[in-house]
Design a protein around this ligand. Sequence first.
Ligand code: PHE
Length: 442
Amino acid sequence: MLKIARRAQNAFATAKSSNQESLNGLRMLQICGKQYACDDWTNLPSSILIKAQRPIKLHNSLDHPLQVVKKRIQNALISSDTCSKYAIRDELDPVVSAVQNFDQLLVPTDHVSRSKSDTYYVNEKYLLRTHTSAHQSELISECIMSGSYDGFLAAADVYRRDEIDSVHYPVFHQMEGVRLFKSVQDVTRALQCIQNVDLETASCNQVENPRQSVHDPKFQHMVSVHLKATMESVMKSIFQNPNLQFRWIDTYFPFTSPSYELEILWHGKWIEVLGCGVVRDEIIKNVASPHQIQINDYNNGIGWAFGIGLERIAMILFNIPDIRLFWTDDERFHSQFKGIDNRNIQFNPYSKYPPVYKDVSFWTNAQFHENDFAELVREYADDLVENVTLIDSFTHPKSGRESRCYRVLYRSMERNLLNTEIDKIQEQVVKNLKDVLNLDIR
Ligand code: PHE
C-alpha cells in the first residue's frame, strides 16, 4: 500500500480471451455475467480474469486450507462474542466500483493503491477489489437496514498487482469484520460478554493515530477495547494457544482512526496478522443519509472493523511454504487437509523440483514499474514462476540511464521443467519487454 505513487502509462496486458467482445466498436469485457466497456485503464490479464470467475472460489472449496481458516475465524468470532450477531457473506462479486473500493473508504485521490501499477482495472470506473473493505459501506447499510444484525463477516478473493515471491500472489483472500454499536450501553453490554477484558489495553497514540473528535472519548475507548479483546480472543482460538503473545502497533488506514496492526509471536518472530481500527464516522454517516429513518438508532453510533489475510494465517498455521500451493490441483497437497476440522496439522512438503534461472538486463524508462514486469512474467509463465529478484542495478555516469538486471526463478511444484520450454517463455517475456514496455534490452 505504501509504495511510491506512480501510474504506469501502458496497460500492456489487456485481456485477450473469449470474455472479450466488440459492441459498436467498443471493446467489451464480460465478467461474472456483466458487460464492461474497456478503456485505457483496462489492465486485466486473462489469467486473472479466469481466477476472478472460478465457479467455486478457494475460500468456499470444501477442505481447502483457506476454507478451513475462514471457518475457524468465523467460529472463533461467533463463540468469543456471543452477544453480537454477525451476518455471514462469502459470495461477493469481485468487480466493484472505484467508488466502493476507494471513495467510500475516504482513500485520498493521490493514494498509490489507486494507480494502474497496483490495481487491476476493468475500466476507469470498475476494478477487481483490492481489499474486502470495498464492501464495508454496502454491508454496513444492509446491517442497519436489517435491524437484526450487529455486524458482518465477509470473506472474499482480492486482487493486487505485486511483486513475485513465495508470499505474494496477485490473488489472495481476506476476511473483513465489522461490529456496530448504537450507544455506550450497547458496548457496555457487549464487553460483558467477553472474558478477561482489561480496559487499559486500548491505548492509542493521540498525535499520529488520533481518536475521532466526533465521538465521546469514553465510548470510543470502550469500542477499541472491545475490538482488541475480540481480536486477541479470535487469534488464541485459531492458534489453539491461550498463551499466545501479542503486540499492538499504531498504524494508518484511511478508513479507520485510531488504526492498529496486531502481531503475534510465532517461533520467536513477531508476525503481523491483521489490520483494524475504529470506523471513520463519515463512513457510517454517508451510509446513513439515504435511509434517514432507519439510521436514527445509529445517529451517535460507532463501529470497529478488521481485515485478516487468510493465506498469511494458513501459511503460518499449517507451515505452507509457498503461496502458489493454494492454487494447485495436486492431490499430494489437498489430501493433507481432508477432514482436518480443528487439528493443526503441519504440511508435509513433497519433493521440490529443480529450479531454472534466467537473467534479463535492460535500461529502464520513466514509465517502468516493477509490477508491470512481474505481470508480464506471470502472463507467460503462470504458476511456473516462483520468484523475480532484482540482482543488480546501476546508473550510467554519462547518460544518466538506469540499468537493471532481474533474475527469474522458474520452478514447477508438480514436475521437472525442460530448459527448452522455459527458453520459449523467457523469449516471450523479453520480446514483450521490448515491444510492449518499450525497454531497451542489454
Ligand atoms: N483493508 C485493509 C487492508 O487490506 C485491512 C483493514 C480492514 C484495516 C479493516 C482496517 C479495517 O490492508
